[in-house]
Design a protein around this ligand. Structure first.
Ligand SMILES: Nc1ncnc2c1ncn2[C@@H]1O[C@H](COP(=O)(O)OP(=O)(O)OP(=O)(O)O)[C@@H](O)[C@H]1O
Ligand SMILES: [Mg+2]
Length: 422
């Protein structure tokens, strides 16, 4: 291993008792290489949770080289911001446009990091719960996020600096975290000036529709006018009763360098993700749930279903990784898509019955026939789910999505005379 220049300690909030421990050490070496090793103290304490079941399995004493993200391990990249947070951190810390992910990991604070990992320069883990001060009020957050995204001066300096400090959660849209009266954590995502439609409302409808169809979708609350615009609030699945839960993105599970390498389309795949769920020890129902989400995305026209919009979460009570609730499911606001972002079966991105059923066995079905009858029942549930959710929409949107659903459901049911327009 080359001579190291910098080390960073990685902390984990233990899934069992919530204590923070040093889980490992990351070394940034010359030429953009990086190595992770599980900490001897972690090993000696008899702890053995892997922080990434694919790329960083628990093997004591081994230095594991990172092969993506310019030397940063996938799960540490998961703990970094994406476009939105990166832009804030670049402005705040004067980072160059081509700053490597490691710099964002270090620039972002631990206060609001995704999942249960944190980083720092001290070999000792933080004692406390990295105690976030109570997050600010929803309306003030939305107002300030709007000002930030439009590059206007701060309305409330304290909130502005907190938003920048907590710019660690991923995604491209402005967002922040708030807590409700029961101390649950929610992501707040307001509309932005460049939106072509009421995106917060469409996201709320997407999420509610998925739930009404019997799928496991994160809970949302819609705020029609708060802080001068509409916003959707999404319950965070990586927080529970004040604790942080370990998470890994599908990008990491699929070893897809997303969004840095947009050529690796063969890795963006539902059946491959189903396989990774199985290998990570998730129960069979998670693969069926994933199949259901693929069908739902096809039916509602959510083609922003990329590999950072799926994740797994570690459930301490079960002692295993589970598919996290669906999030960021937004029917395409401009057109009815003909393809999804991830493959429905090997080499197939097209929304069609054939593509949905071709790799059915990889989702745990005994064969195409079993998957086909599940698909037909699910499409009926999605139809009923829409009927129960459409009241959120105005007439024009209700009609648009109804027509889209009718068309896509017919394509997916393989009704005669309806062809997928590939
Ligand atoms: N309910 C949730 N609980 C925990 N983490 C979440 C939740 N929803 C989103 N996240 C995390 O935050 C990131 C950004 O959220 P989200 O995908 O909703 O934002 P976005 O800006 O709309 O994303 P995109 O760039 O895909 O448009 C996700 O990639 C995921 O890591
Ligand atoms: Mg997203």
């Amino acid at each position: 291993m080359p001579i190291t220049s910098r080390s960073l300690y990685v902390y984990l909030q233990r899934p069992d008792d919530g204590e923070w421990v040093t889980v490992g050490r990351y070394l940034a070496a010359a030429h953009g290489e990086g190595y992770f090793r599980y900490a001897p103290s972690y090993v000696d304490a008899g702890l053995a949770w892997s922080i990434d079941p694919v790329n960083l399995r628990f093997v004591p004493g081994l230095d594991v080289a990172a092969t993506r993200y310019r030397g940063l391990h996938d799960v540490l990249r998961d703990a970094c911001p994406d476009a939105w947070g990166q832009a804030l951190l670049r402005r705040e810390h004067n980072l160059p446009g081509n700053a490597p992910p490691l710099q964002y990991l270090q620039a972002a604070s631990n206060i609001d990091r995704w999942g249960a990992l944190a980083v720092g320069a001290s070999a000792k883990a933080p004692k406390s719960n990295l105690g976030s001060p109570a997050p600010p009020r929803l309306d003030q957050v939305v107002e300030e996020l709007a000002a930030l995204s439009e590059r206007r001066p701060a309305i409330r300096a304290k909130i502005r600096s907190r938003l920048i400090q907590t710019a660690s959660v991923g995604g491209a849209r402005p967002k922040s975290t708030v807590q409700d009266d029961t101390l649950q954590f929610w992501l707040v995502k307001p509309g932005i000036a460049s939106d072509v439609a009421n995106i917060p409302l469409l996201e709320h409808v997407g999420q509610q529709w998925g739930r009404a169809s019997g799928l496991d979708f994160a809970a949302t609350v819609f705020h029609p006018a708060v802080g001068g615009r509409s916003a959707v609030r999404v319950l965070r699945f990586d927080r529970h009763l004040g604790r942080r839960l370990m998470c890994v993105s599908a990008a990491s599970l699929l070893q897809a360098e997303y969004p840095d390498d947009l050529t690796q389309t063969d890795r963006w795949s539902y059946p491959r993700l189903a396989e990774e769920l199985r290998l990570a020890g998730s129960p069979p129902e998670d693969r069926v749930e994933l199949f259901g989400r693929m069908v739902f995305n096809a039916a509602c026209g959510n083609d922003d279903d990329h590999v950072r919009n799926h994740a797994i979460v570690y459930r301490a009570d079960e002692g295993r990784w589970r598919l996290a609730p669906a999030f960021d499911v937004v029917p395409n606001p401009v057109e009815t898509p003909r393809r999804l972002h991830m493959q429905l079966s090997v080499g197939r991105f097209d929304i069609s019955r054939d593509a949905v059923l071709a790799d059915a066995h990889r989702f745990g079905f005994s064969g195409k026939a079993e998957a086909a009858s599940y698909l037909d029942i699910l499409l009926d549930r999605i139809g009923a789910g829409f009927a129960g959710t459409a009241h959120w929409l105005d007439n024009a949107w209700r009609q648009t999505l109804h027509e889209r659903l009718t068309h896509n459901a017919a394509v997916l049911k393989g009704l005669p005379g309806v062809l997928s327009q590939e």
